[in-house]
Design a protein around this ligand. Structure first.
Ligand code: ATP
Ligand code: MG
Length: 402
C-alpha cells in the first residue's frame, strides 16, 4: 500500500488526540500462501520491539493495530516504524461508526492541522459494505463540511490528506504517515552470518540483508589479545544499534587474528599475498561458525573494485575458500550511495571513529590479480588446521540484547 499522506502539518492535533497506532505493510501482503506467517512474524517482531511499552499488537483487516496509552503514541509510532517489514505507521483516532462523527472528526482534524485555504482531500475507505454511506458519499459529505471550515479541495496533490477508514467494528481517522524501512520481517528468510569490520560498508550490508528478512549474527576479527578486551571496543555497541530497533537478540563472535599473524611470521609469504590469505582465512572461520549456528550464507560489505583487495580476482579467490555462499549486497553500489545509507541508518558516526582493524595490519598493497595457484601453494605452507583450531578456541561469543 503506497502512502499518500506524506505531509506533516505545522501543528496538528495534540498528541493525546490519537489513541492507537496503525501499521501498514506492503510487500508481505503480496506473498500469497506465506502471507499469514509473515503477518504473524511481523506482529511478533513489533511486539518484541515494543516490550518496554504498555502496548498490545493485533492483526486488524490487512494491517496491524497497536493499542496503547495515548501519551505513548508518538514513541510507539517511532519504534514501530523502524521494524523491518513495515511500509508505514500512522497514529489513529477511533471513531464511532456514525456519519456525523466522521464529518466532525474531519473538520476538527483540518482545523487543528491547517490554516484556511489549505488544500485537502478526504480519502474514505469503507471495508464494511453494510455501512449506510458509500466511500464516495462519505468523502462528499465530509469534504463539503471541511470546505465550509475554510479548506480547498485538491484531490491530486492535497497538502492535507484526511483519511477515514470504516470497518465493521469501528471507524478511524488516520494521521500523518511515518515511513518504515519496508522489506520483510526479520527471520522470514533464514539466518546469515555477517562479517562485521566496524567500517562504513559492512554495517550497511548487514542492514540491507536484515531488511530482506534475514536474521543476522555477526563475526568480528580483532587485534586484541583476548575476547574480553575486544568487548570494550566499539563493535558490540555498533551491533547493538543495528539489532535494537528489531527487538531481537543477535550473537556476536569476537575472533582473534593473532593465530593467523603468528603463522604468517613463521613462513615466508610474499607481502602482496598476505591480505588475500587473511581474507580466505576469515572466510573459512566464518563459514565454520556459520554452519554451527544454522546460518545459510555469509554477508560482507565488499564493493567491486573500491579497493585493491576487492577486484574480481580477489573476490573470487575469497569465495573459493568459503564453504557457504557469500552475499555482497553492496557489490554494485557507489561509495556515496553507501555513505548516505550509513548516515540514514545511523551507523556512519561510529564507523568513522578511529579503530585498529586487522586488515590494516596485513600488507596494504595487495595484488589486484592474485594467481589462485600461487594462493593455494602458499596456503599449503601455513599450518591451516592448527590456526583454525586455535582461532575457534579463542573466539568469544557475546549475546547482544536489543
Ligand atoms: P568495511 O567498510 O566494511 O570495513 P571496506 O571497504 O573497508 O569495508 P575491507 O576492509 O577490505 O573493505 O573489508 C571488506 C569486507 O570484509 C568488509 O565489508 C567485511 O565484511 C569484511 N571484513 C573486513 N575486515 C573485517 C574484520 N576485521 N572482521 C570481520 N569482517 C571483516
Ligand atoms: Mg574496512
Amino acid at each position: 500500500m503506497e502512502s499518500d499522506n506524506r505531509q506533516s502539518s505545522p501543528e496538528g492535533p495534540p498528541s493525546y488526540y490519537w489513541d492507537a497506532v496503525a501499521v501498514h505493510f506492503s510487500e508481505i501482503a503480496l506473498k500469497g500462501g506465506n502471507r499469514r506467517s509473515f503477518t504473524q512474524r511481523l506482529r511478533n517482531n513489533i511486539s518484541a520491539a515494543l516490550t518496554r511499552y504498555d502496548a498490545a499488537v493485533r492483526a486488524y483487516h490487512e494491517k496491524l493495530l497497536i493499542d496503547c496509552p495515548r501519551d505513548e503514541v508518538p514513541r510507539i509510532l517511532k519504534a514501530a516504524a523502524a521494524v523491518f517489514g513495515v511500509a508505514y505507521a500512522a497514529p489513529v483516532r477511533t471513531l464511532r461508526r456514525d456519519i456525523q462523527e466522521l464529518i466532525r472528526a474531519a473538520v476538527d482534524y483540518f482545523r487543528a492541522s491547517a490554516s484556511p485555504g489549505t488544500t485537502f482531500a478526504i480519502r474514505a475507505h469503507r471495508s464494511d459494505k453494510k455501512f449506510p454511506h458509500s466511500s464516495r458519499e462519505i468523502a462528499e459529505l465530509a469534504g463539503a463540511a471541511v470546505c465550509r471550515a475554510g479548506g480547498t479541495v485538491d484531490l491530486n496533490n492535497p497538502a492535507l490528506p484526511i483519511i477515514l477508514r470504516i470497518f465493521p467494528e469501528a471507524a478511524y481517522l488516520e494521521g500523518p504517515h511515518t515511513p518504515g524501512p519496508g522489506g520483510l520481517p526479520l527471520g522470514a528468510t533464514g539466518r546469515v552470518l555477517s562479517l562485521f569490520s566496524g567500517g562504513i560498508d559492512s554495517p550497511v550490508a548487514a542492514w540491507l540483508i536484515m531488511r530482506r528478512g534475514c536474521r543476522a549474527d555477526f563475526i568480528h576479527f580483532h587485534t586484541y589479545p583476548t575476547g574480553e578486551a575486544a568487548q570494550t571496543s566499539k563493535i558490540p555497541q555498533m551491533v547493538k544499534s543495528l539489532v535494537q530497533p528489531q527487538g531481537l537478540p543477535a550473537r556476536l563472535f569476537l575472533t582473534p587474528y593473532h593465530h593467523f599473524q603468528a603463522a604468517l611470521m613463521q613462513q615466508h609469504v610474499p607481502q602482496n599475498y598476505e591480505l588475500i590469505l587473511f581474507r580466505r582465512f576469515m572466510m573459512r572461520i566464518a563459514a565454520r561458525i556459520a554452519s554451527e549456528h544454522d546460518a545459510v550464507a555469509l554477508v560482507t560489505g565488499d564493493n567491486l573494485a573500491q579497493v585493491a583487495s576487492q577486484t574480481t580476482a580477489n573476490l573470487i579467490a575469497c569465495d573459493q575458500a568459503a564453504t557457504l555462499p557469500v552475499w555482497r549486497p553492496l557489490l554494485a553500489f557507489n561509495k556515496d550511495e553507501i555513505i548516505s545509507r550509513a548516515v540514514a541508518i545511523g551507523t556512519y558516526e561510529s564507523s568513522i571513529e578511529a579503530y585498529k582493524d586487522c586488515c590494516s595490519l596485513v600488507s596494504r598493497h595487495p595484488l589486484t590479480r592474485p594467481r589462485l595457484q600461487t594462493v593455494l601453494h602458499l596456503e599449503r605452507r601455513l599450518p591451516l588446521d592448527e590456526m583454525t583450531a586455535g582461532t575457534l578456541d579463542d573466539t568469544t561469543q557475546l549475546k547482544i540484547e536489543p
